[in-house]
Design a protein around this ligand. Structure first.
Ligand code: PHE
Length: 447
């Protein structure tokens, strides 16, 4: 039997988990969802969702993973064998593949944009031109399929090698670098004329805009951004040594992840309003506005190139965690060799990703789905990246709260002498707050 890997150190684990969490969810999805949902009020609800729902669920997933040292399906089976609970794990495995499909399309955009920057396409660009460049890029079917394939191949290659030192080593250098470039972009964006209007949109909540949709968007974004609700953090926790502190690890991951998302908003919205652009542009938002910011910076070509390269790496540390879940399942439960599992799931993901790749104008049907009047990628994003993750998180809360029982989970969290001062709050959240809130928000969508 293949031995399951283990993380080398606590820092290695936090970086890997933060690598999974930090990605397109922070820099591409957070600004566009914020823009679509009215700005500051959404941000406020999002932060609350991270604290009252995200953190407790993350801790629950870490505990489940470390206690069982299994993939999501195996973990539920190990604790309650012979029950239907392992379907929760299955849902996670499927959700992982489905998110991987549309996520890789957007990740492909970052690669395409690296080249566009290098080629000087964004020199002196204005917003109308930037929107045109983006539109013609995403509606070019072959180009979309090509970048999708390249990105998936990169992901498959790394996952098939096992999560060894390689990527961790790169990520350790590149993630801080991404942060530095973001700080520079922040300065540029905040000093553009008219930036205040953007800050106002981002920071001053308008409570008259409150509705059920905003809550679902914020909750889904919290789970998506923290990689929760599909067993990613459970799987990462399963490679963890007994002695590590789950509580502080979860806090670190959530803090780093939120920091990057909030920072992305501070870059996007001031620039957006200074260009008199609308915030509710959907998935293309950052790909239109960022080139405009770069064009207004000295050395913008190189900044742009560096930024999109680093964003691609951030996306890569997320796609490998998405692929790792179904792969861990096939290795543990079906005894497949890692190589075979990785290539097979990767190929399936590629085929299933084609509709998303063609939904930016390449094929009319996928671009504007009948009845729904939505593009396929946005539909998948909402269905899997939002609703499926929320259902998954709900099931994790019920399982840990009432089936495995919080006392056993707390044993796992504290059995190495770790002090958990907020244990009571955590129990409250897992047993009552998470299940109730998630249920209410999900059900309210039907009214
Ligand atoms: N959290 C990742 C991001 O923000 C996306 C992701 C979701 C990864 C779910 C794994 C599981 O980019």
């Amino acid at each position: 039997m293949i031995s399951r890997g283990k993380w080398g150190s606590k820092v290695g684990f936090i970086l890997a988990a933060a690598g999974s969490a930090i990605g397109l969810g922070n820099i591409w999805r957070f600004p566009y969802i914020t823009g679509n949902n009215g700005g500051a009020l959404f941000v406020l609800i999002y932060i609350v969702a991270i604290i009252v729902l995200g953190l407790p669920i993350m801790l629950a997933e870490f505990a489940l993973g470390r206690a069982t040292a299994k993939n999501p399906v195996g973990a539920f089976n190990a604790i309650r064998p012979g029950t239907k609970w392992h379907f929760t794990g299955f849902l996670g495995v499927i959700t992982g593949v489905m998110i991987l499909t549309f996520y890789s399309v957007i990740a492909g955009w970052t690669l395409g944009y690296c080249l566009k920057c290098l080629g000087g396409q964004f020199k002196g660009i204005v917003r109308e031109k930037a929107a045109l460049v983006f539109q013609s890029f995403i509606s070019d079917s072959w180009v979309q399929i090509l970048w999708l394939a390249v990105f998936l191949l990169l992901t498959i290659y790394i996952v098939s090698k096992g999560i060894s030192g390689g990527l961790e080593k790169y990520a350790k250098v590149m993630m801080p670098l991404l942060f530095v470039i973001m700080l520079l972009l922040l300065i540029r964006s905040l000093t553009l004329p008219g930036a205040e209007k953007g800050l106002q949109f981002y920071l001053k909540p308008d409570f008259s805009k409150i509705n059920g949709r905003v809550f679902l968007a914020a909750m889904g974004q919290a789970f998506f951004s923290l990689s929760l609700g599909m067993g990613t953090m459970l799987t990462y926790g399963s490679y963890l040594k007994r002695k590590e502190n789950l509580v502080s690890s979860a806090a670190w991951v959530a803090a780093l992840d939120s920091l990057i998302a909030i920072l992305a908003g501070f870059i996007i919205f001031p620039a957006l309003f200074s260009q008199n652009m609308m915030p509710d542009q959907g998935p293309g938002l950052v790909f239109v506005i960022l080139p405009v910011i770069f064009s207004q910076m000295p050395g913008g070509v190189w900044f742009g190139f560096a930024f999109f390269t680093l964003l691609a790496v951030a996306a890569l540390t997320s796609t490998i965690s998405l692929l790792e879940v179904p792969v861990a399942f096939l290795i543990d439960e079906k005894k497949w060799p890692r190589h075979k599992a990785t290539w097979l799931v990767g190929m399936v993901a590629f085929v299933l990703a084609v509709p998303s790749a063609l939904s930016g104008g390449g094929v009319r049907f996928f671009t504007n789905l009948p009845i729904l009047h939505k593009d396929f990628l946005s539909l998948w994003d909402k269905l899997w990246g939002n609703i499926a993750l929320s259902i998954g998180a709900f099931l994790v809360a019920i399982f840990v709260g009432y089936v495995w029982k919080t006392a056993n989970a707390l044993d796992e969290i504290t059995n190495n002498g770790v002090k958990f001062r907020l244990a009571k709050c955590w129990v409250l959240s897992i047993k009552y707050v998470c299940p109730l809130l998630i249920l209410i928000v999900l059900i309210s969508q039907f009214f």
